[in-house]
Design a protein around this ligand. Structure first.
Ligand code: AMP
Ligand code: MG
Length: 329
């Protein structure tokens, strides 16, 4: 199987990061939250999660570039925060020095040729959901010559068994040509997941961000109306939205940024794209183009995200064409 070793290592890495993040979320206190330059909240868990994943990848795939969200600036001049991150990291990966941990975090911001093979990490996607003690995801993916060939989403608060909402969280993953899978976080047996087969808007459910600053809920509502979608939107933080489409909890994920100049980050989408595509779904931008992961840290050539079960994709694109000003996409 292609990418077998990559999958094994990546699953171990995400599992460790997921344990670290769950522990922090359970005991979250405001003192552990600092404000990044861009004003978004970042916690010791973001940095710890990035360290743990980078350490694992560097151990096995030392020559692969890693592109990760967090930079080391947040820890500089903050010994207390840095010490706390180190404590969390050593719980997952013993014997790692403080210096080595800092190097591992920093490796996510090195020069990368995005047209070649690289990993991308969002150590906590949906930090705002994390701080609200709601949904978030640990996202890791491998891009090989522009193609997302492996994607993993650790979703500690996304119930593996929908009938037991407070039961175990989920680990979703996909590998090119192998399919998409889900497993309960603390179990090894996997289940194949597939997107649903709904082809009429009136039966579809769509999902979108909880945060209205991250996507235009009003324009999504216009598109939903044009598709005759009657169910209210399923609002959920993070790439758990891609997992929802991949396992048939929703048929559509819409994300139109409020500002036409906003460009999505690669780590906010790569893992989700692999999982939806391998589950039989489709992902494009608002004009129908596939997402281009070769441009750098952002999806420079794409505006808006549409992920669907595949069957309803063209209908959604048609609805977008009739409802959304071309200048917005
Ligand atoms: P979500 O939980 O789906 O709302 O997405 C969380 C992600 O939204 C974060 O990881 C950010 O990278 C991203 N984000 C931050 N600001 C914006 C924005 N103005 N428009 C779209 N996405 C954003
Ligand atoms: Mg993110």
């Amino acid at each position: 199987m292609a990418y077998e070793q990559e999958l094994t290592i990546a699953l171990t890495a995400v599992k460790k990061a997921t344990t670290l993040c769950s522990r922090v979320q359970q005991t979250l206190i405001t003192a552990e939250t600092v404000i990044k330059k861009d004003k978004s909240p970042v916690t010791v868990a973001d940095l710890g999660s990035q360290a743990v994943i980078c350490l694992e990848l560097q151990k096995h795939f030392g020559s692969d570039p890693i592109v990760a969200e967090e930079d080391i600036d947040t820890l500089q001049d903050n010994k207390e925060l840095s010490g706390r991150v180190h404590e969390l990291v050593t719980e997952q990966t013993s014997g790692i020095s403080h210096k080595r941990m800092l190097e591992a975090i920093a490796c996510g911001k090195q020069h990368t040729d995005f047209t070649q093979r690289y990993w991308t990490i969002d150590p906590i996607d949906g930090t705002k959901g994390f701080l609200r003690k709601q949904q978030y995801a640990i996202a890791l993916s491998l891009i090989d010559h522009g193609q997302v060939v492996l994607g993993i989403l650790g979703c500690p608060n996304y119930a593996f068994d929908p009938k037991q909402p407070s039961g175990q969280g989920s680990l979703f993953y996909a590998v090119k040509d192998l399919g998409a899978f889900a497993r309960a976080l603390d179990e090894d047996s996997r289940q194949t997941i597939t997107a649903d087969s709904i082809s009429e808007g009136c039966h579809a459910k769509f999902c979108e961000s909880v945060e209205s600053a991250h996507a235009s809920h009003e324009e999504h509502a216009q598109i939903a109306d044009a598709l005759n979608i009657s169910t209210p939107p399923f609002r959920i933080d993070s790439q758990a939205k891609y997992a929802a489409v991949a396992r048939g909890d929703a048929s559509i994920y819409l994300r139109l940024p409020r500002s036409s100049s906003y460009r999505e980050k690669i780590w906010d989408h790569a893992a989700g794209v692999a999982i939806v595509e391998q589950a039989g779904g489709r992902v494009s931008d608002f004009s129908g183009k596939p997402l281009d992961f070769t441009c750098g840290e952002t999806l420079e050539k794409n505006i808006g995200i549409v992920a669907t079960n595949g069957k309803i994709h063209e209908q959604v694109l048609n609805a977008i064409r009739t409802q959304i000003q071309p200048s917005r996409t």
